[in-house]
Design a binder for this molecule. Sequence first.
Ligand SMILES: *Cc1c(COP(=O)(O)O)cnc(C)c1O
Length: 463
Amino acid sequence: MTTAPPTIPSIDRLLRDAAIVCVLPVYGHAPVVAALRTAAAALRAQGLAGQDEHAVRTGLITRALAALTQSLAPSLIGVFNLTGTVLHTNLGRATLAERAVAAVCRVAAQPTNLEYHLGSGTRGDRDVHVEHWLTRLTGAEAATVVNNNAAAVMLVLNTFAHRREVLVSRGELVEIGGSFRIPDVMSVAGARLREVGTTNRTHLRDYAEALHARTGLILKIHPSNYRIEGFTAEVPAASLATLGRAQGVPLVVDLGSGTLLDLAPFGLPHEETVQETLAHGADLVTFSGDKLLGGPQAGLIVGRAPLIAALKKNAMTRALRVDKLTLAALEATLSLYADPMRARAHIPTLRLLTRPTAEIAALSARLLAPVANALRDLAEVSVMACASQIGSGALPVDLLPSAGLSLRPHPASGAVGQLAARLRGLPRPVLGRIHQGAVMLDLRCLEDEGAFLAQLNELAKPA
Ligand SMILES: *Cc1c(COP(=O)(O)O)cnc(C)c1O
C-alpha cells in the first residue's frame, strides 16, 4: 500500500498554528504571510518526498520563523574593537560616556526645549545648550556647532572666503581619511586656495607676500595623520594672528582632533589644546566632537563673537545643523570636562587612551586560559605585547604600549583569514588585526570582558 504524498498546508491553516499566532503581533500580518508563502514555495521546489504531513508543516514554520527573525535583525550593531586603533572611523569613532547616553535617551523620547526659551516663552537658539560650556572650557567668546568638522571648515570658508583667497601653507594641504581634502573642500565652499611656502618649510614672509586685498582668511590646518620631519619650518599661530590682525584678515585654525585636556600628564604626547590655540591668537578654531573630545559626531567652532555671529547668518548653517540627540550627548560630554579627573574617568575615549599598560597586560593574562580553551580546536593562543594608536588623525606617529592576545590558527584548521571571519561572525563581532599569520587582539579597548567571553563558546560549534 502506498500513502499519498503529503500536501503543503494552506496559508490560512498555517496562520492558525500556535507557533505562528504568537509571532503575528511581533512581525505583523503581511510580513508573516509573505514569509510563509516564501517558505512554502521553497519547500515545494525542494520536493516533499519521504516526509509526512507533520514534518512538512514544522519544516515550513521553522523556515518562515527563521526568515522573520533575520528580517528584523538590525544592520547597525555593536562590535568589539580590538584593532588597537582607539578612535576608529569605520567603527564609529568615540563611544559615549554613560551620562551622554542617558542624556540622548532622555531627549529622544519626549519633546524638548531645543529651540525654545523657557524663561520668556519665545523661540530660542539650539546652540545655547552647549555654547556656555564651550566658552567656559576654551576661553572663547562664542561658539557654534555643526554636523562635523568637515562641515565646520566648509562653513567657515564659505562665510569668510567665498570668491576670496585663503592662504594655506603647502605643508598643510592634507587629505584626511580619504574623503576630506583641503583643496576639494575649498573649491566646494567657493573659496580660492592660495598656496604659500613649500611642502617642508613655510615662513612668515611667505604669508606676508601672499596677503592682499582679496585675502579672506589665513587657514592653519593640523596635519593630523602624517608628520613632516627633518628640515622643516612652520609659522606659529601667534605670528599668523598678528599678521592677519594688521590687515583685518582672520586666522582660522582647523585643529582636527581638538583636545580640551592636555593628556601629557597621563603619559600621552602633548597635543596643543583648543584653549592654547585660542590664547595664541586664533580668531576661530574648528575641531571634531567625536575624536579626542570623546563625544558625538559634531563640528565645533569656537572663537570671536562677531565671527561666530557671521557664521550663524550663513544660510548654509540650516543644512549643517545638529539635532537634539547630538546636542544632548555633547552637552553631557562637555559637562564632564568641568573636572578633568572626571573627564578622564568617565569619557571612554580618554579612559581607554590613558589606560595603564599594566592593567591591559593583567587583563590579557586573565583572559589567556578561557580564550585558549574556547579556541582550542582553532588556534594557539598566547599573550603578546603590542602598540595601540589613537586613530582619526590624532598624534599619528605616537604609539601607546599595550597588550593583548595573539591567535595563531592550528595548521589543520584553515587560514588566518578564516579565523578572523569566524570572529567577525559572532553575535557581537570581534574585530582584530591580522599580522604575520595571526589574529591579534589588542585588549586596550576591552572593558566588557564578561560579554566578550560569554559568546566565545559559539566558536566551538562547527562553522
Ligand atoms: C578629522 C579632521 C577633519 C574632518 O573632521 P570630521 O569631524 O571627520 O568631519 C578635518 N580636519 C582635520 C585636520 C581633521 O583631523
